[in-house]
Design a protein around this ligand. Structure first.
Ligand code: UDX
Length: 430
């Protein structure tokens, strides 16, 4: 059992803390937000993540997980301190590391014994080095410490599963002492582990997320060609995916990637490359293809309905992907804004994200389900592939719609079946 401290109670901090407690460590999670820590102590999780609430409750009840607003308390108790604070995107694409620096200073000032300081937040390469310098400068009690880069690869909605069953664990270290501590910590997970220097670990994270973005943009580019030549991108993906060197995952064409990680990380990686003296043109094109996918959906709606002014468009799905209420960088935001600019009236439904959506959109009518959205709509757009949309009673939907138009941004329906049912149906790349 290790004593672990987590600074930052966002998505990464809470999942990391809860999972490490589940692995029988004593974990204390710290955040400056007094209200948030107060709610967490009462068992309230500020966002939806499958299985997280249960895990937090179980481990707080058993005394393995606790919350505090005092960084001193964390540094006093915990030998390993994970920095999980936010690294928001600045207007130029760079990550804002103000919070990482401030936390490093505060941890350094409070240390009175050997500590391992782990950067878990997604940060530009060389941040580990900066943390080390910052800690050195503020190391009031002159104690030994190590900085470690241990990037996370957690998908929202599957974060607990991904933590407990990782494809790999990456540990960037400078000393054997810290390497051994980290290896022992993760030993129960029995996962392939890469121990390397800090810069390499930081780059593994960037290179991985950028590659995922690239894979999605690649299949979206193929989808555009498919549409022009009468091929089906879902079958192309299947055919490509059977090649073990390629793999089928992340080859679903659609309206492009969103969320808090892929768009932000791609932008940050372009900046990092630039600072390192490399013009990452490939990644810039990946971004451009991604933006185009959202634009194309509008074109498809117009092709089906002609003018959008005063038409009613039903949007099914608002979150950036299913099984989350997260609206950050969700494609629905761009799509709805463009439709509204064209004069369309918007009705929308999402199983989990409507509360968060209300803070973003103006002049939207929300339905209690997909059927309510379909009533008197001129077209439906599938924006997020929630399971409940796959199982819709399409005959009922057809009766409710003013015009039988479905634009499927996620290819959840079979085009032949849709045409048999009498829909004007358009997917992506089919
Ligand atoms: C991602 C990475 O997967 C994870 O490893 C990293 O640590 C954080 O970023 P997440 O943002 O939760 O996780 O979402 P992910 O499941 O990767 O999906 C990202 C976006 O890509 C979503 O908008 C999704 O709809 C889109 N996507 C994904 C596609 O358009 N096609 C695909 O084939 C896969």
């Amino acid at each position: 059992m290790k004593n672990i401290g987590i600074i930052g109670s966002g998505h990464v901090g809470l999942v990391t803390g809860a999972c490490l407690a589940e692995l029988d460590n004593k974990v204390i999670i710290m955040d400056d937000d007094v209200k948030k820590i107060g709610s967490l102590r009462m068992g309230v999780i500020p966002f939806y993540e499958l299985g997280l609430a249960e895990m937090v409750h179980r481990n707080t009840d058993s005394g393995k997980l606790s919350f505090t607003t005092s960084i001193k308390e964390v540094v006093k108790q915990a030998e390993i301190i994970f920095i999980c604070v936010g690294t928001p995107q600045k207007p130029n694409g760079e990550a804002d590391l103000t919070a990482v620096e401030a936390v490093s200073q505060r941890v350094a000032k409070a240390m009175n014994n050997y500590r391992v300081i782990v950067e878990k937040s997604t940060v530009p390469v060389k941040t580990g080095n900066w943390i080390k310098r910052t800690v050195e400068l503020n190391n009031t009690n002159n104690v030994d410490f190590d900085v470690v880069s241990n990037p996370e690869f957690l998908r929202e909605g599957k974060a607990i599963h991904d933590f407990m069953h990782p494809d790999r664990i990456v540990i960037g270290v400078e000393s054997e002492r810290a390497a051994n501590i980290m290896l022992r910590l993760y030993n129960p997970l029995k996962a392939p582990t890469i121990v390397t220097n800090i810069e390499t670990a930081e780059l593994i994270k960037h290179a991985s997320n950028a590659f995922l973005a690239l894979k999605i943009s690649y299949i979206n580019a193929i989808a555009n060609i498919c549409e022009n030549v009468g091929a089906d991108v879902t079958k192309v993906a299947e055919g490509m995916g059977c090649d073990k060197r390629i793999g089928r995952e992340f080859l679903d064409a659609g309206i492009g990637y969103g969320g808090y990680c892929l768009p932000k990380d791609a932008a940050a990686f372009i900046r990092i490359a630039e600072e390192a003296g490399y013009d990452f043109e490939l990644l810039k094109i990946v971004q451009k293809i991604n933006e185009n996918q959202r634009q194309q959906i509008i074109g498809k709606v117009k092709n089906a309905l002609w003018n959008l002014n005063n038409k009613t468009i039903g949007i099914l799905g608002l979150s950036f992907k299913p099984d989350t209420d997260d609206m950050r960088e969700a494609p629905s935001i761009d799509i709805i804004k463009k439709l509204q600019e064209e004069g369309a009236r918007i009705k929308a439904y999402d199983p989990k994200a409507m509360e968060n959506a209300k803070a973003i959109f103006e002049d939207i009518e929300y339905g209690k389900d997909a059927y309510e959205v379909a009533v008197e709509s001129d077209a439906l757009i599938i924006v997020t592939e929630w399971d409940e949309f796959t199982n819709l009673d399409l005959a009922k939907i057809k009766k409710l719609l003013r015009q039988s138009v479905i634009i499927d941004g996620r290819n959840i329906f079979d085009p032949a079946e849709m045409s048999r049912l009498g829909f004007i149906y358009e997917g992506v790349g089919r």
